[in-house]
Design a protein around this ligand. Structure first.
Ligand code: G
Ligand code: G
Ligand code: MN
Ligand code: NA
Length: 253
């Protein structure tokens, strides 16, 4: 594995940092949250995309350490938003491996306590594919997370393909629709129908719905007409440094 040895050093060498992509209300006016996204700037490999290094970290077990780093950074950042500006929640992606790690609950508690962040200001994203395949095994830890007051979201929704019955068993309040559904919308009648059905179903099951990958105003309006709750995407905000997002939150307090 080409990057594994360098990735091992990356944390100690300060090559990793976290960007924050804002999430907006459906009007696209107000920031309602932000997703922490890990970045790796390697002196030997240049900037390596997360789609490349996250799977390597996952397979080698390094993800546990990297995940802890992101969790701690995100909680500290969100605590700063709370002081300087509006207290929106921060979302952190959890890898399958982290969810099966016995120390996860303790790590979450420690990150919150060290940052002085209220649990409801943290939200954890778990991909649909992983949830589907392991729902029985994961329910206890999901309930523990909810019991702490930390939020849970289903990420990349719609990329899995099994039955939907697992959904009603999950103690989750937010569903993020994979950006693949939006690419040809408005225009593609099939994708439009799927989006409408997903949003309707999610609401009936009591989830709030976030559309990911919103790149145009036409897409935003289309989603608003379907009753989608929140938006994330390049139209409204790219992943950015925490300080920049803090300034934006300050402006629209
Ligand atoms: O911007 P984007 O290229 O950041 O992210 C690509 C993929 O990498 C996404 O699927 C995203 O969920 C994942 N990713 C980004 N940061 C993290 C992280 O901190 N932990 C995990 N597990 N996945 C991440
Ligand atoms: O899989 P997950 O949803 O965690 O990853 C978020 C990923 O989506 C990141 O790689 C982020 O950079 C990317 N992203 C966010 N908004 C947009 C967008 O509007 N268009 C595209 N193409 N990618 C986006
Ligand atoms: Mn995500
Ligand atoms: Na996603």
């Amino acid at each position: 594995l080409r990057y594994e040895a360098s990735l091992r050093q990356a944390l100690a060498n300060d090559e990793l940092y976290v960007l924050y992509q804002p999430r907006f209300d459906i009007a696209g006016r107000r920031v309602v949250g932000a997703e922490a996204l890990l970045r790796w700037e390697s002196p030997t490999h240049g900037s390596v995309p997360p789609g490349t290094f996250i799977p390597i970290a996952e397979n080698s077990g390094l993800i546990v350490e990297l995940g802890r780093f992101v969790l701690e950074a995100a909680c500290r950042e969100a605590a700063a938003w709370g002081e300087a500006s509006r207290a929106v929640p921060v979302s952190v992606n959890l890898s399958p491996r982290q969810l099966h790690e016995p120390d996860l609950i303790r790590d979450i508690q420690a990150a919150l306590a060290d940052a002085g962040l209220a649990p409801h200001r943290l939200e954890l994203e778990i991909t649909e594919t992983h949830l589907m395949d392991n729902v029985d095994q994961m329910l206890p830890v999901l309930h523990q997370i909810r019991a702490m007051g930390v939020g849970l979201a289903i990420d990349d929704f719609g990329t899995g393909y099994s039955s939907l019955t697992y959904l009603k068993r999950l103690p989750i309040e937010l569903l993020k629709i994979d950006r693949g559904f939006l690419a040809d919308v408005p225009g593609d009648a099939d994708d439009e129908a799927l989006l409408e059905a997903i949003i309707h179903m999610a609401h009936r099951l009591g989830f709030r719905v976030v559309a990911e990958g919103v790149e145009t105003e036409r897409q935003r309006r289309f989603l608003a007409d379907l009753g989608c709750d929140e938006l994330q995407g390049f139209l409204l905000g790219r992943p950015q440094r925490g300080a920049r997002l803090r300034a934006e939150l300050d402006r629209d307090r």
